[in-house]
Design a binder for this molecule. Structure first.
Ligand code: GLC
Length: 410
């Protein structure tokens, strides 16, 4: 039902929202879907590509902001092999599922190992399934803690310190202690995992056994749900990335969990917090280490592509350093190519890059499994229930663990 709704919406958006510049009549069209093009980076990349390749038209479909919604739209289209999307712009968590279902072409012969070396290792690992490469990384991602440097002298290292500082400094509703992604969707899983890992717990162990129902996990969820209505606004349970960013950027929060793209947008001229923000690794409990969830996006080539060579030419072009740089400078996307972390223009725009590089190298993947969407769904439902007070943290963890065991057949 939900998938159908998104598919219809997707078609409507495809008709309305394609980038229309520099098109050549009669040339093949290759299409991909992403969230709205904040900053206009994609439009710039597409028009540069079309100017240099007048025999190909590229269309960007600007879809819903949530990764889950776009995953449904791609899934429906690729499973029907309907040819809508020759190019599959993928979240790192979709790769095992899309590859296992046979929806993607292997890119092994197109991107040789010496080329792969030029990307961040986590992004290449996340693009590989059963030894084959299915995605060329475009942007990397890792969760981090933003703080206001005009209010906080030194970022907190422990969860306890974070909550205590937030409580001391906040003056709700003008200034809240902390905001994060609390809506029931993938972003909540990313934020929850960082807290879970920081408490020393995990979803699966190294052998793939479900170990989520541990006392540490209950403590982690107790801490996270305890923030709601205390140092985080009650409405945080409906926030995605952009809701948290807007509140923080308008100066209404001391701390925020978010992805690195926020830096560029929040530092823009006219932003009330420009020059007043810092980033730090996610906190942890004493004796544990903070951890970032690894995110990131890249291009796959659909098995059902009608124009695979044209699609590949765009993928190869878009993932070059110059284009990754455009996406960064326009909208804050973190390049997936290592060299760009030493690029003078990027370092000038984003001086925090050396800290970020360390956070990215240490970022941890979500469970890597073709059934990840179901695993995530079980976690989303129960973590969200705990955040809104419908289940106790103890119940929520037990039920999530039980469902994940059911999904994995363990
Ligand atoms: C970011 C990440 C992606 C993650 C999503 C969750 O886009 O790059 O990996 O799934 O946020 O909202």
């Amino acid at each position: 039902m939900l998938m159908k709704r998104w598919a219809l919406l997707g078609t409507a958006i495809a008709l309305m929202a394609t980038a229309a510049c520099g098109k050549t009549a009669g040339a093949p069209i290759v299409r991909f879907l992403d969230r709205p093009d904040t900053g206009g980076g994609w439009k710039e990349i597409i028009s540069e590509f079309e100017a240099a390749n007048p025999d190909i038209n590229v269309e960007l479909v600007e879809g819903p902001a949530s990764t889950n919604a776009r995953e449904d739209m791609y899934s429906l289209s690729l499973s029907a092999a309907d040819g809508t999307y020759d190019i599959v712009y993928m979240d790192v968590i979709w790769v095992p599922k899309f590859a296992a279902r046979g929806w993607l072409q292997s890119l092994d012969h197109r991107l040789p190992p010496v080329e792969r070396e030029k990307f961040l290792p986590g992004d290449i690992r996340g693009s590989t399934y059963q030894g084959s490469l299915y995605r060329v990384p475009m942007r990397s991602d890792a969760g981090m803690l933003y703080y206001r440097t005009d209010l906080v002298a030194k970022p907190p290292e422990t969860f306890e310190e974070l909550a205590a500082t937030a409580r001391r400094l906040q003056k709700p509703p003008e200034l809240w202690g902390v905001v994060f992604q609390g809506q029931q969707y993938e972003g909540l899983v990313c934020a929850f995992l960082e807290v879970l890992w920081g408490f020393g717990a995990d979803v699966l162990d190294a052998d793939g056994n479900v170990v989520l129902d541990s006392p540490e996990a209950v403590r982690a969820l107790t801490w996270l749900s305890g923030l709601v209505g205390d140092v985080a606004p009650g409405g945080v349970t409906t926030y995605q990335e952009e809701d948290a960013r807007h509140l923080f950027q308008e100066g209404h929060a001391v701390f925020m969990r978010n992805w690195p793209y926020v830096w560029t947008l929040a530092q823009q001229v006219g932003s009330p917090v420009a020059g007043k923000i810092g980033i730090a690794p996610m906190p942890h409990v004493p004796g544990q280490r903070g951890a970032a969830t690894l995110g990131g996006w890249g291009f796959g080539l659909a098995k059902s592509a009608r124009h695979p060579e044209a699609a590949w030419r765009f993928i190869a072009f878009a993932t070059q350093p110059e284009q990754q740089k455009i996406l960064h400078l326009r909208g804050g996307a973190i390049p997936a190519r290592r060299d760009l972390f030493r690029d003078p223009e990027i370092l000038k725009a984003s001086p925090y890059y050396s800290d970020l590089y360390r956070i990215l190298l240490a970022a941890r993947p979500r469970p890597v499994h073709p059934k990840y969407a179901q695993i995530s769904n079980a976690i989303q439902v129960h973590v969200s229930a705990a955040l809104v007070g419908a289940e106790s943290p103890d119940e929520a963890i037990k039920r999530a663990a039980q469902e994940v065991r059911g999904i994995l057949g363990r």
